[in-house]
Unconditional design. Structure first.
Length: 201
């Protein structure tokens, strides 16, 4: 390429860059993918609300720091599962975290402004749901195990809820039914749930 051609090319490049800067670079649109169960969407960290009924009550800082390091290095491997909470006066939708509060906390440690989420098509009003509680507890224990106190609380809540709905006015055998439900949800033998129930007394 001749010197003249090189100068002309450089001039065209500078002109293109100047035009782009004056126009402003448009941010990439965040991709939303819908499925039959919900939709994948990148949300602002501020749109997420920790679930007050989440069975995990304490988050160990060393474990969160390890998770944050992993996310920083490898990226978020699984989105946070959320359910619609409400639409604010500002017109922004807010969501309760169902699964993934540790991932949410790790993003906050990293100073991230957004997080990848899967918005479930479930109705949740922020009230205690035993089904949701067991789903959360099972997922927690499969990832970063809950403390004994947290497992005791889950078992007691399930037993109390079961006893509050007796069959034909009788609570005979309902404790066994409740403990079996807890054990199945966690992939454990019923003795595992029984041990925690004994400690709840």
């Amino acid at each position: 390429m001749s010197a003249t051609s090189q100068r002309k090319k450089a001039k065209r490049t500078r002109r293109a860059l100047t035009t782009r800067e004056n126009r402003g670079v448009q941010p990439a649109k965040k991709l939303t993918v819908k499925t039959s169960d919900g939709e994948y969407k990148e949300l602002s960290i501020d749109q997420l609300i920790p679930d007050q009924n989440q069975p995990r009550r304490k988050f160990r800082k060393p474990a969160l720091e390890e998770l944050a390091e992993s996310i920083s290095s490898q990226g978020l491997q699984q989105p946070v599962n959320v359910t619609f909470a409400y639409r604010g006066k500002d017109g922004v939708d807010y969501y309760y975290i169902k699964h993934g509060e540790r991932r949410y906390q790790a993003h906050k440690l990293l100073g991230r402004k957004t997080i990848k989420c899967f918005i479930l098509k479930e109705v949740y009003k922020g009230e205690l749901s035993i089904t949701r509680l067991l789903e959360q507890s099972a997922e927690n224990n499969a990832r970063e195990p809950q403390s004994h106190c947290e497992n005791i609380r889950v078992v007691k809540l399930v037993v109390d809820d079961t006893l509050s709905n007796p069959v034909n006015g009788s609570d005979h055998g309902l404790i066994e039914v409740a403990l079996n439900r807890v054990a199945r949800a966690h992939g454990k033998k019923i003795q595992w749930a029984k041990n925690y129930y004994v400690l709840s007394g």
